[in-house]
Design a protein around this ligand. Sequence first.
Ligand code: SAM
Length: 246
Amino acid sequence: NVADFDVPARPEEFDWSEHFPEFLQEWHDQQQQQQQQQQQEEEGVTQSSGQSSSAAPAVRFVDIGCGFGGLLVKLATIYPDTLMLGMEIRDKVTAYVRERIASLRREHPGSYRNASVLRTNAMKYLPNYFKKGQLTKMFFLFPDPHFKTANHRRRIINTHLLTEYAHLLAPGGWLYTISDVPELGEWMAAKLDSHPLFERVSEEELAADPAAGLLVLSSEEGQKVARNGGETYRNVYRRLAAPRPL
Ligand code: SAM
């Protein structure tokens, strides 16, 4: 139900400080320190540090339909300097992940402050939260299969939405998918193969990528599939800088 959550009209309107309070405060403090140092340099008090102010940190990784947040909490410690967000449509599941992250932050001071979760319909509202080229990784782990042909338009990987994901991804950014449903695995690969703004990432590159190794077992759904001895189909693609000829 759309009325259940507020959606910003534009990304600029959204206040991220509630999601990443410590992380953003630390950045703010550093900026202030640098400004003071620059002022002193201009007054000839100290030597130039060569530092200059930078843009505020922004969310770079999103886990779409994050479920119970297993991937997110793994990524948070592997990429401690990257802001990342789980996006989940179910209210109670989102509340669970929020509390999971809050308790991890309490238990491990200084860690997990770069991860957060937001309740939203990711098929509708991603451009309300993120600017063009802002994201560097998008994860789609075990998305709902929507088996019936009449429901294929509800699949979260489709040609129309891939164009939106390409818009939000920085050139060179990666889109990760995994499924235990062979038909859906094939569907996602086919949609990505036929999209001019994506190219398949090679197995060699995947072997060297810490995030790719997490797809099978980090999330709750992945663990369930593994317990049942199920096979998985992983398809990872790179956002190209310019459309490739098809
Ligand atoms: N990625 C998780 C994992 O691997 O454990 C969860 C997989 S579960 C099969 C799919 C998740 O996507 C569910 O938690 C569901 O609520 C969420 N979801 C489905 N449609 C969504 C949408 N439009 N926006 C955000 N989340 C959605």
